[in-house]
Design a protein around this ligand. Structure first.
Ligand code: ADP
Length: 286
């Protein structure tokens, strides 16, 4: 079966009926398919976090319908608790939610609430920690003693231990140094490729999204304004700039070269692709 999340005419308004309504999502129509790697980008306040919280049933749309595998997740009797296991959400700065005395206890917290046997809880938690690459000698360490990147891995492991089909991460690299950022992004790539998990990554970095996502959703003031392959979306440099966003740096270099008279393609969105565009242009000239 092809799993999917589908949104039909979804609106979300904060403080409905309070006289201080804030329209956070406007008429969102969207289908997310099994095993996609999606990047969600947009300015602060564009509705990204609200969208992630609707996707796993944490919040209810003000109007419109959300389907998970063709079932309306707000229907009476729908098991939203189960949905939250299947669609795991890693919040921004998830390490603020690590509170147990040891790494392993923290990761076990979620699965323990599923009513599994001790053996299953332990096995899932060990597996999850292995997947995120945390070594065994850290299992009994207190989470607060870990580095920023390690804490983030523990938090991701806690969600993975629920064995989700979809993993949503809200700015998972925020506050990490460059090496830590790359490690987390490579981890997501590995989970996507090896565990066949659908990954939905909320990010401020066009460069990261260009490198890792197969599809980009661009949000602006609660609306979904672009939805497509990165290479296609990044053709709209002027439109993206108008809403305070930009194309990846590599793409910008290609545009700058072209503005200076070089006959170069502008379709490269990663450093490697940009280098290829430039090399191509030079080869053609020689
Ligand atoms: P993003 O994640 O892209 O920064 P959000 O989904 O957090 O965007 O916010 C979308 C809009 O909803 C913003 O205008 C924000 O101010 C508003 N908003 C978010 N959370 C609340 C809330 N709890 N109460 C009222 N307004 C909110």
């Amino acid at each position: 079966m092809n799993m999917s999340i589908r949104l039909e005419n979804v609106n979300y308004i904060y403080g409905e009926g309070s006289g201080q309504e804030k329209w956070a999502l406007k008429n969102i129509n969207l289908a997310i398919h099994d095993r996609e790697f999606i990047g969600i980008v947009g300015h602060t306040g564009s509705g990204k976090s609200t969208l992630t919280q609707l996707l796993n049933g944490l919040e209810k749309p003000s109007s419109g319908t959300i389907y998970y595998n063709d079932e309306d997740i707000q229907a009476d009797g729908y098991e939203r608790r189960k949905l939250r296991q299947k669609v795991g959400l890693v919040f921004q700065y998830p390490e603020h939610q690590l509170f147990e005395v040891s790494v392993i206890k923290d990761v076990e917290f979620g699965p323990r609430n599923l009513g599994l046997s001790n053996l299953d809880v332990e096995k899932r938690s060990f597996d999850a920690l292995k997947q995120v690459g945390l070594s065994d000698d850290l299992l009994d360490v207190a989470p607060f003693a870990l580095s920023g990147g390690q804490k983030r891995r523990v938090a991701i492991a806690g969600v993975l231990a629920m064995q989700p089909e979809v993993l949503i991460l809200d700015e998972p690299t925020a506050g990490l140094d460059p090496a830590g950022r790359t490690e987390i992004l490579e981890l997501l790539k590995k989970l996507h490729e090896e565990n066949n998990i659908t990954v939905i990554l909320v990010s401020h970095s066009m460069d990261d999204v260009a490198r890792y996502a197969g599809r980009i959703l661009v949000m602006n003031q609660g609306e979904l304004v672009f939805d497509g392959e990165p290479q296609k979306v990044f053709r709209y440099r002027d439109e993206l700039r108008k809403i305070g966003l930009d194309v990846p740096q590599s793409t910008n270099i290609l545009y700058e070269l072209r503005d200076r008279g070089m006959a170069v393609g502008t379709e490269g969105i990663t450093p490697e692709q940009a280098a290829e565009c430039i090399a191509d242009s030079l080869r053609r000239q020689s």
